[in-house]
Design a protein around this ligand. Structure first.
Ligand code: HSE
Length: 298
């Protein structure tokens, strides 16, 4: 009647795939306990790590849980404990991890009435509370795992993409907060056709590279000419991090979700560790606190 889950951090956009591509990290995530109760309703009973609202209607995990609960009308209630490890506003899917965790856990305790697409749909209700819009590029990898592509958000259609066996992610999280809603507000409404052509060529070739484990093509595809020029201004030392990581052997470097985290992909754990060292050296020279991680993509 109780399940403890690891709800993973995720990287959305993956350079060229704004609101569409994402991947799942296997070493960073929240822990949650979901418990079936006789008393009906959704109750958040514990939150550790960060100061977040306990009212289910104001908490992303509560909102997604309520959406699923109201649709299924089960003959029980649920308590949710959240052990938040992913800092809100970090750009690695903090709200998505919470929104996905509650519905994932409830689904297990109800003996799997819903498939992953249906779970993602309910989780989107929680995510919308945080980002002021319903997008699934963090939720899809959190629920499906690996690399995902959101073919369409409404109706939701998620494609699971293959992960080449030797791809590792390195991340740096500068300890500043960027709200997704603000980071979306600075984006242009229209983009030049020439940039659109470059971007969709990159998305297509990145997907092909994942299917064929073509690391050279992956490297050539990890570019973002549409969003990065605007958002990088919000992230201190972005260009220096990118330069250092590419020199250290990364296949590519881009903003993780809406920032401030920055991710790099590398072939092999050793290169990913070298990249981590190189980017730590860049930020160590500044007065900004930061954390770095290396993670397999799972
Ligand atoms: N695709 C979203 C964005 C992810 O970049 O705004 C952040 O939640």
């Amino acid at each position: 009647n109780e399940i403890k889950i690891f709800s993973p951090a995720t990287v959305a956009n993956v350079a060229c795939g704004f609101d569409v591509l994402g991947f799942c990290l296997d070493t960073i995530g929240d822990e949650m306990v979901i418990r079936k109760t006789e008393k009906k309703g959704i109750k958040i009973t514990k939150i550790e790590g960060y100061d977040l609202p306990f009212e289910a209607e104001k908490n992303v995990a509560g909102v997604s849980a309520l959406a699923m609960y109201n649709a299924l009308q089960p003959d029980c209630g649920f308590e949710i404990e959240i052990y938040k490890k992913i800092k809100p506003g970090s750009g690695i899917g903090s709200s998505s991890a919470s929104a996905a965790g509650s519905v994932f856990g409830m689904n297990v305790l109800l003996d799997y009435p819903l498939n992953k697409t249906q779970l993602t749909n309910f989780a989107m209700k929680g995510e919308a509370l945080a980002s002021k819009c319903e997008h699934a590029d963090n939720l899809a990898p959190a629920i499906f795992g690996g690399f995902t592509l959101v073919k369409s958000a409404c109706p939701l259609h998620v494609l699971e993409l293959p992960t080449p066996s030797d791809v590792f992610a390195t991340l740096i999280h500068p300890q500043i907060e960027i709200k997704t809603s603000e980071s979306r507000a600075i984006l242009p409404k229209d983009i030049p056709l020439s940039n659109a052509i470059t971007q969709w060529a990159n998305v297509g070739s990145l997907v092909h590279a994942l299917h064929t484990s073509d690391y050279k093509l992956l490297k050539d595809s990890l570019n973002d000419v549409v969003i990065e020029p605007y958002r990088k201004q919000l992230i201190p030392h972005f260009d220096a991090i990118k330069k250092a990581s590419l020199q250290a052997g990364a296949l590519g470097c881009a903003i993780s979700g809406s920032g401030p985290s920055i991710f790099m992909l590398s072939k092999g754990d050793a290169t990913a560790q070298n990249v981590e060292k190189a980017i730590r050296d860049v930020y160590a020279k500044t007065d900004i606190a930061f954390e770095t991680y290396v993670s397999k993509i799972n």
